[in-house]
Design a binder for this molecule. Structure first.
Ligand SMILES: Nc1ncnc2c1ncn2[C@@H]1O[C@H](COP(=O)(O)OP(=O)(O)O)[C@@H](O)[C@H]1O
Ligand SMILES: [Mg+2]
Length: 354
């Protein structure tokens, strides 16, 4: 007679490849049901954007196939994103499970492009996502999302984010529409951003993506120090001169004990539409080299593609068109997986996932 216990015992042999524990110990294997020889298992992943879903399903099927009496196996998935670690002296934002900072050593490397497309991809993969445009120098998230909608203020201390492509968003740019550049002074900037962080009513979010100002100065530091950050994504381009910028960014996060989730190499290569070959415009591979050097994962390599620029310029980010934007969805899955690893392991282990 096939029993639930026998099935659960077999599932103890299925190890999550990134969390390095079995799916029973991790509490992922839920609702094991057995009727005659038919087994159904519900597995709860730590993110709907899990890149390992297929691997885990394959391993579960293989493990159960070995159990005597099993005729058929039905594997279903759902996901519950765990809450990020709370640092004692840092404020957390109500409802926000994980705050992911997107940073770069300098401007123009595609930080906002990455932040916006990451947010939309995670949303399309099934997560609850918000996007905070904290780039006070160039708040162009609204432009890239194609919106000028004004957020509603319930009262002086409560801002309701607007929505675009299913992502909740708030931007300094919306509070200052037009092309007037904002010249914020240090303390004023700090208080405006603080107010922002405290006043926005996000509701429940699995991930809040924050487009930080470029660079590694006081503004960036005060921002990341004031809240509990799950981890940071550092965006760079593959030119050799990016090295010093990446080092500064990685060092800044380490200094304030924020885990660097990894590096995204943007404008990585160009896929020639004619010959279909990959052309290394800036010398592709630099991101991987940097990642190794700083012992952080390479989370993605995003090609140079006129469609990515046009998507940004016209307010229709490529990620909104679905999984055709392969490199972007791959990056989003890697980022989500890294957040899970960091949350569940207590400290960011050094692993290469590409
Ligand atoms: N992978 C890419 N392919 C083509 N154009 C890109 C890519 N990434 C960014 N861009 C374009 O480069 C410019 C700068 O990108 P942006 O995201 O605004 O950079 P940052 O926020 O770092 O200043 C924008 O016009 C954007 O559309
Ligand atoms: Mg930007």
């Amino acid at each position: 007679m096939l029993t639930e216990e026998a099935v659960i015992e077999a599932l103890r042999g299925v190890i999550d490849p990134e969390l390095h524990k079995d799916v029973v110990t991790l509490g992922m294997a839920k609702h094991v049901q057995v009727s005659d020889g038919n087994v159904s298992v519900l597995l709860t992943l730590t993110t709907p954007a899990c890149p390992l879903r297929e691997t885990i399903e394959k391993d579960v099927r293989a493990a159960l196939a070995k159990v005597p009496g099993v005729d058929s196996v039905d594997v279903k998935f759902d996901a519950a994103v765990p809450e990020g670690r709370r640092l004692q002296d840092k404020a957390s934002i109500p409802g926000v499970k994980n705050l992911i900072a997107v940073a770069s050593g300098k401007g123009g490397v595609g930080k906002t492009t990455v932040a916006v497309n990451l947010a939309i991809a995670l949303k399309n993969l099934g997560a609850l996502v918000g996007l905070l445009d904290a780039d006070v120098y160039g708040p162009n998230v609204p432009l890239m999302l194609g919106t000028t909608e004004q957020p509603k203020m319930l009262d002086e201390k409560t801002i309701i984010p607007i929505q675009a492509y299913g992502v909740k968003m708030i931007s300094m740019g919306l509070l200052n529409p037009g092309d007037r550049p904002l010249v914020w002074r240090g303390p004023m900037l700090h208080s405006v951003v603080q107010q922002f962080l405290r006043s926005v009513r996000w509701g429940t979010l699995d991930y809040l993506i924050v487009d930080l100002p470029p660079g590694t100065g006081d503004v960036q530091l005060s921002l990341i120090q004031s809240v509990s950050v799950s981890g940071a994504v550092v965006v760079t381009t593959p030119s050799v001169v990016a090295l010093a910028d990446v080092r500064k960014a990685v060092e800044m996060f380490r200094q304030v004990h924020v885990d660097v989730l990894g590096i995204v190499e943007n404008m990585s290569y160009f896929s020639c539409p004619h010959c279909k070959g990959k052309i290394d415009v800036f010398g592709h591979g630099e991101g991987e080299r940097l990642a190794k050097m700083f012992e952080v994962p390479l989370l993605g390599e995003i090609e140079i593609d006129p469609q990515i620029r046009i998507g940004g310029d016209t307010g229709k980010p490529v990620a909104s068109r679905g999984e055709d934007a392969k490199s972007i969805y791959a990056m989003a899955r890697n980022v989500a997986a890294r957040v899970s690893v960091v949350n569940l392991s207590g400290a960011a282990p050094v692993v290469q996932i590409l």
